[in-house]
Design a protein around this ligand. Structure first.
Ligand code: UDX
Ligand code: UDX
Length: 462
């Protein structure tokens, strides 16, 4: 079968860029991205491409090319479901904040709502694609909701997890290592459903890059991939603490071990800790699944990746306090960066939030500059962390980095934005309180150069 109409529920960091690229590469397919959030849809439809709700290098160009030709953003979820032959579910699946599995399990309420809506509205056969990262065996729940509609519509459920990383989403979509499609391969019909999705990606990907598996392998592979990636960061971060007490340099250690082709050089950057919407959520989810099958050793093994990451964030804040003579009360500390990594405006689970929270508890005054994050986002991130309590008295968001650093006792780099390296560090140093401390949570600055300028420099693991 040939897909003519695609609908994607969820116009977020995953749904938006993924559908934009599919639309650009498959001009004969109509792609409609729907979302219950009206403001978000209005932003996607904004005439000014700088106003898109998501910042990703290269995204505005792709949207500009395809929008209103074969790419549409809308709040009419029912209409788009009705029209589509293939429906991607790309809604968020946050960690549960209540009930059984609180703080660990994935909250699947939005997924279930989508399934019920599809079941209610659909009057022709549909291929339903899980794009959101889901616990293994979620497809079984989807199937059971969809198949009990009694209106004679056939549904084929596929799993097609996303491997794009934010900040490089468009590049990852256009030129990713692989796509993964999980589906039932038992009947001719289900094979055809899978082939329909393979054909979409075959517009721009090589056949050997399109992997097909059974649904459960696909669901579990996504969790496994994120757990392995996060584990590498926690592993090198664990070494960073050991480096600091032994005078080894973690960058040198990373280079040395990364040159072993079995280990490889990527994802070995020591940092203030990993963030982002996926790593923590997916590992907690994995831990929860393992526990629920009674596999306690498996659960403990993966949980340690999170424990190490929490420790790394906390350790960074503690190091600032200790170095600043054990008190930061009333002292201005400048943060450069708030996003969880460079080239994105996403702040979910960003290390900056945790470090800021710890320092605010020590009564520090924090001023933040981030090239893409809006001030209100910083305040709501802190409020969210504190269960909705106001937390903005001493956090100032600045629109100018030099202003943020002026009269500060210390600067902390939380995100590795390229532009930070090119700042006039001499000028920054001249306008700070002395001694001027620089805590480089991303190891982006040259220690010798900074020390020559007069900074007391502390990197991660060096
Ligand atoms: C989400 C999941 O968090 C992740 O696990 C998965 O891999 C991909 O989808 P992301 O796109 O980053 O990631 O989430 P987000 O930016 O929050 O977008 C989800 C969108 O779905 C939001 O815009 C939200 O308004 C929308 N939504 C949510 C619906 O349209 N309907 C709902 O019922 C729930
Ligand atoms: C991740 C996965 O890479 C992607 O495949 C999946 O689909 C979603 O989750 P993302 O969260 O967007 O993507 O970003 P990623 O580049 O993986 O970075 C995650 C965090 O790890 C960031 O906070 C980053 O700064 C940190 N990190 C990454 C390090 O601290 N050191 C590294 O060497 C690499």
């Amino acid at each position: 079968m040939k897909v003519k109409n695609i609908c994607c529920i969820g116009a977020g960091y995953v749904g938006g860029p993924t559908m934009s690229v599919i639309a650009q590469k498959c001009p004969e397919v109509k792609v409609t991205v729907v979302d219950i959030n009206e403001e978000r849809i209005a932003q996607w439809n904004s005439d000014d491409l700088d106003d898109l709700p998501i910042y990703e290098p290269g995204l505005a160009e792709v949207v500009g090319e395809a929008r209103n030709k074969n790419l549409f953003f809308s709040t009419d979820v029912d209409g788009a479901i009705k029209e589509a032959d293939m429906i991607f579910i790309s809604v968020n699946t946050p960690t549960k904040t209540y009930g059984i599995g609180k703080g660990m399990a994935a909250d699947l309420k939005y997924i279930e709502l989508c399934a019920r809506q599809i079941a209610r509205v659909a009057d022709t056969d549909k291929i339903v694609v899980e794009k959101s990262t889901l616990p293994v065996r979620t497809a079984a729940a989807l199937k059971s909701i969809l198949h009990h509609t009694g209106n004679g519509v056939n549904f084929h459920i596929l799993s097609n997890p996303e491997f794009l990383a934010e900040g490089t989403a468009v590049q990852d979509l256009l030129d990713g290592d692989r796509v993964l499609i999980g589906g039932d391969q038992k009947t001719e019909e289900s094979k055809a459903a899978m082939q329909a999705l393979v054909d979409i990606y075959a517009h721009w990907m090589k056949p050997e890059q399109i992997l097909t598996t059974n649904v459960w392998s696909s669901e579990l592979s996504k969790l496994t991939a994120n757990a392995f990636l996060a584990q590498r960061v926690s592993s090198i971060n664990a070494m960073s603490e050991l480096c600091e007490v032994t005078d080894a340099d973690v960058s040198e250690v990373a280079r040395a071990v990364g040159s072993d082709s079995r280990i490889g050089p990527k994802f070995l950057k020591a940092s203030v800790g990993f963030g982002g919407s996926c790593f923590q959520k997916d590992i907690l989810n994995l831990v929860y699944i393992a526990k629920s099958y009674g596999l306690h050793e498996v659960a403990d093994y993966w949980e340690q990746v999170i424990i190490m990451n929490d420790h790394q964030k906390r350790r960074f804040a503690r190091n600032i306090v200790q170095t600043l003579f054990n008190t930061v009360s009333g002292k201005k500390i400048a943060f450069l960066g708030w996003a969880f990594k460079k080239d994105t405006n996403d702040t979910r689970e960003s290390a900056a939030i945790y470090v800021a929270n710890d320092l605010l508890e020590e009564k520090a005054e924090i001023s933040v500059f981030d090239p893409k994050v809006k001030p209100h986002q910083m305040h709501s991130d802190l409020e969210y962390l504190n269960g909705g309590d106001q937390y903005n008295e001493t956090l100032n968001a600045e629109t100018d980095p030099y202003e943020a650093c002026k009269d500060a006792h210390a600067i902390a780099i939380l995100t590795e934005w390229d532009e930070f390296v090119d700042y006039d560090w001499k000028k920054i140093h001249a306008n700070m309180k002395k001694p001027a401390f620089l805590f480089d949570g991303r190891n982006i600055l040259n220690r010798d150069k900074m020390e020559k300028l007069g900074f007391i420099y502390r990197g991660i693991g060096k």
